[in-house]
Design a protein around this ligand. Structure first.
Ligand code: ADE
Ligand code: ZN
Length: 414
């Protein structure tokens, strides 16, 4: 598809032909684009005339400026947030590859991809513009196509940790489903390979890493159980948790309760994607039938006030992902995202990327978005970082040490 280069606030952005001015602003900064919707900002052209953000950008070379009329307190820059120590609890390894690595692996493995440049591939993998969680998940077929060897899995896991360490992520739990690497690899091979890559990156970066394995809702529950049986053997070798991912609506978590029960019985922590592609009953099931200690997303929790009260009282953390929720249409817009409301109601909310490549975000971006679009101030952002540390699937004494270390670092720089 033909791309046009235009300039927003002096910065070049590439958009599809026919894109609107708002799309161009969003390509630069989602938070800024959301301000346009609330009339807290407007756009002018190169000579200062106001333009309608719903108009098409027109020709290449167009110049636009966003004038913010009602932003709160001095903003915290993305650069500053990049320097904050952070923790991430919900990110898919198979959604977070480096595009250049993907191309190299495809060449080595003779796998055909829809593009042969990192930019083209990033565009082809982007989940912007998909219509549902189910369509969003189809992008993973492309990344998984180059992840069917132990060497590829090891490299991708290594690079993933190095990239997170570079943006000061001090603790990360990364997830994927070893089931999606069969028949090329056995479950054992598909678990040991990323563990090797992680171990090497941990030695080099000092970032602490836990691996979460995912059953898949649309695969037979017996496969989830088989995965849990293998995964518990790696409990003291880096596997910290069990999760259930995949299309949520019509695929109840309770079908997979035997896998969760086995994981819990052997001391693996459990989380479960829920309340993202389906309503609060799905969250209820994840908690009550599966024993999930955290919820992946939980976006629709607020539709059941009694359940929300329970989640607050039990201090059940939500692993929330703002940009991903926009992409999957779990929320219609960022301004209506319940993250801030949940925080104010006392829910232990955390911020996460879900997929660095497919969603096109870093953890720093998500914190910046929470700041610019949802209006979270410094103290609230610090609370969210500490929520993530306090919700880590770590033994109590290590969790306490992580919280203390990040808190003291934040006191010095935030
Ligand atoms: N697998 C990868 N991303 C996912 C998501 N957002 N929801 C459920 N399963 C997933
Ligand atoms: Zn997810």
């Amino acid at each position: 598809m033909a791309r046009l280069r235009v300039f927003v606030n002096e910065r070049p952005v590439d958009v599809a032909r026919g894109a609107t001015v708002r799309d161009a602003v969003a390509a630069l900064d989602h938070g800024l684009a959301d301000l346009l919707a609330t009339a807290a900002a407007y756009v002018t052209d190169g000579v200062g005339r106001q333009v309608d953000a719903r108009d098409p950008v027109g020709e290449a070379g167009g110049v636009f400026r966003v004038v913010v009329t009602a932003r709160r307190a001095p903003a915290i820059s993305k650069e500053a947030l990049r320097r904050w120590p952070k923790a991430e609890l919900h990110v898919h390894l198979d959604g977070s590859l480096r595009p250049a690595t993907m191309l190299e692996l495809a060449r080595e493995q003779h796998v055909r991809l829809p593009a042969d440049t990192p930019e083209g591939l990033t565009l082809a993998l982007s989940v912007q513009g998909v219509h549902s969680l189910e369509e969003y998940l189809t992008k993973y077929q492309l990344t998984l196509a180059v992840m069917q060897t132990a060497a590829a899995l090891e490299r991708i896991a290594y690079e993933f940790v190095v990239d997170l360490a570079a943006e000061q992520v001090r603790y990360v739990e990364v997830r994927y489903s070893p089931l999606l690497h069969r028949p090329a690899l056995t479950l054992t091979q598909a678990i040991e390979a990323p563990l090797r890559g992680i171990e090497r990156a941990v030695r080099e970066t000092g970032t602490r890493v836990g691996l979460i394995v995912c059953g898949i809702r649309t695969l037979p529950p017996a496969m989830s159980l088989e995965l849990a049986q293998v995964a518990v053997g790696y409990r003291s070798a880096g596997v910290v948790g069990f999760d259930l991912a995949g299309a949520e609506h019509g695929h109840p978590a309770e079908d997979h309760r035997a896998a969760f029960a086995l994981a819990v019985q052997h001391g693996l922590a459990c989380t479960c994607h829920a309340g993202e592609g389906d309503g609060p009953a799905s969250i209820h099931q994840a908690l009550q039938s599966c024993g999930a200690q955290r919820i992946g997303h939980g976006t629709r929790l607020g539709e059941d006030p009694a359940l929300l009260e329970y989640v607050v009282a039990q201090r059940i953390p939500l692993e929330m992902c703002l940009t991903s929720n926009l992409h999957t249409h779990a929320v219609p817009s960022l301004t209506t995202h319940p993250f801030r409301r949940y925080l104010e109601q006392g829910v232990v909310v955390t911020l996460n990327t879900d997929g660095r490549l497919v969603d096109g975000v870093t953890l720093t971006d998500e914190y910046h978005l929470a700041h610019t679009a949802l209006g979270l101030g410094k103290d609230e952002l610090v609370r969210v970082v500490l929520n993530a540390c306090e919700s880590a699937f770590l033994p109590e004494f290590e969790r306490v040490a992580l919280v203390a270390r990040i808190q003291s670092e934040l006191e010095k720089i935030a």
